[in-house]
Design a protein around this ligand. Sequence first.
Ligand code: MTE
Ligand code: MO
Length: 310
Amino acid sequence: MAGRYKSKLTWDDVTPKPVWLNRRQLLAGGAGALALGSIAGPAAASLGAQKTGYGADLEPNTLEEITSYNNFYEFGTDKGDPARNAHMLTTEPWSVEIDGMVDNPGSYSMEQILDGVTLEERIYRFRCVERWSMVVPWVGFELADLLEKAGVQEGAKYVAFETALRPDEMPGVRSPIIEWPYVEGLRLDEAMHPLTILATGLYDEPMPNQNGAPIRLVVPWKYGYKSIKSIVRISLVAEEPPTAWNKYAPREYGFYSNVNPNRDHPRWSQKYERRIGGGLFAKQEPTLMFNGYEEEVASLYEGMDLIEFH
Ligand SMILES: Nc1nc2c(c(=O)[nH]1)N[C@H]1C(S)=C(S)[C@@H](COP(=O)(O)O)O[C@H]1N2
Ligand SMILES: [Mo]
């Protein structure tokens, strides 16, 4: 039934690139020989090194930039706090509980999650609501693949996500800044869209802790906060699930959170953005609708008022 949610996107539209992961990344991802076989196998090779589609022509930010300027409030609210504190998070072993309206609920280890999965590199523009953006070469796989493994049942309309909550390892959760654990959600068709990935690494590194190790969501047409880090639970549900920033400030952060230059944040304009790494005097660039992925995702929102459903 999941095939129903596949869009018409082909591999060529989403900047495919075979990824030859190093042994360290495989071990960190918890993947054994089986995953190695699938990564190095003919499926990956046949994807070719072609890079087309939006994002492919963007110059990626450096690993240093991507790992030193972060939002991960569980480790503190300063952009430098995650790089300072996220090493405290134990990421091995790791498992994700998949529950709700699925045929195969249960606790999935990283080994089980990556079993049979072909990891690829996807270069996506990643835009934070606070007017800055980065371009990140994520390594991951389509969320749809995992949801298909779990078996989405008729009646499921949304996917809810939850981050680990470990006061002993996360100094930030000792203050009630937002309601912990951090939660997020997608409509099922958004979750099944081929641009939506679960990332387990970036460049040829295992996912750095500050970026959401060992497994985090990436939804390139939405503001950064939708891309929840260090996921421990994925639930298929019938009703729109609560989301962390919407609970914190509903007027500022809606459920959809599509990048939209036509809707200002109540405290600032969304019309321009600045690329991290361009220096203090970097030119502001106009923000693109759906972060530049309009052609791929606009049809998901046909007929919706995107100012009201922001
Ligand atoms: N669990 C959790 N996930 C989170 C956040 C967070 O504070 N906690 N911050 C979000 C926000 S606001 C942004 S902009 C991105 C930043 O991702 P990056 O640090 O990998 O660039 O992570 C998102 N995911
Ligand atoms: Mo953000």
